[in-house]
Design a protein around this ligand. Structure first.
Ligand SMILES: C[S@@+](CC[C@H](N)C(=O)[O-])C[C@H]1O[C@@H](n2cnc3c(N)ncnc32)[C@H](O)[C@@H]1O
Length: 204
């Protein structure tokens, strides 16, 4: 994936990542974690051309899909990086550097021995709080009710975020590849939106 202008090569940078150096036009930046094949980002970059969007995806197969999606007509406000989201959040992104974090339809990894692989976990909420600017937004979605319910409870209990309304017909409720697939299967999709709280006392 070398030499694709909209793909960040971690080897070319030293942390912290300067967002004003990776996008041609500075602006508020939103981060999608586990962006998969990139359908969400494709809509978001066009809906909000005044914002920048960074998508992080660990799996080679899905990352390549996303890159192919934008290959012919790369939006100037998009950058993709293939790496582990926890590393990106903890080492690369400066504190307070993004205005929104999105995490949609992560695998639930229901077995206890796989719990470390889950994206919805307290460490993610702490790191999202770190990289979000004051009053920044965290949005999550899942088709797995117990996984989603636990995430909502843990985020609320962390004291780091306050849940806010996000009606199903809101214009910023954009489809993802998995949202489309699961909706076609008749599964119920769950979404929640949180505003970053000023709290610095980390719990959980
Ligand atoms: C089920 S897919 C959902 C993809 C997309 N969000 C959607 O809704 O279509 C979950 C994605 O999260 C990615 N993922 C899981 N853990 C990750 C991590 N630690 N860092 C980056 N990506 C991760 C997986 O590789 C996978 O592509």
């Amino acid at each position: 994936m070398a030499e694709v202008p909209f793909v960040l090569q971690p080897a070319d940078f030293r942390p912290p990542l300067r967002l004003d150096e990776i996008f041609p036009v500075p602006g508020p930046c939103e981060l999608e974690i586990g962006c998969g094949k990139g359908l969400y980002l494709e809509q978001a970059v066009r809906l909000e051309p005044g914002k920048n969007f960074l998508g992080v995806e660990r799996a080679e197969k899905y990352f390549r899909h996303a890159v192919r999606r934008f290959w012919d007509d790369p939006p100037p406000n998009l950058r993709l990086v293939q790496t582990d989201a926890f590393d990106l959040l903890s080492r690369w992104l400066p504190a307070g550097s993004v205005c929104a974090v999105h995490v949609y339809f992560p695998d639930p990894w229901p077995k206890v021995r796989h719990a470390k692989r889950r994206l919805f976990q307290p460490q993610l909420y702490r790191l999202a709080h770190r990289v979000l600017r004051p009053e920044g937004i965290l949005r999550i979605g899942s088709d797995v009710e117990p996984y989603f319910g636990t995430a909502v409870r843990e985020i609320a209990q962390s004291g780091l975020f306050e849940r806010t309304d996000w009606p199903d017909d809101a214009p910023d409720r954009l489809a993802t590849n998995y949202a489309v697939k699961y909706a076609e299967q008749g599964r119920r999709l769950h979404y929640a939106k949180f505003r970053r709280a000023a709290a610095d006392g980390l719990q959980g």
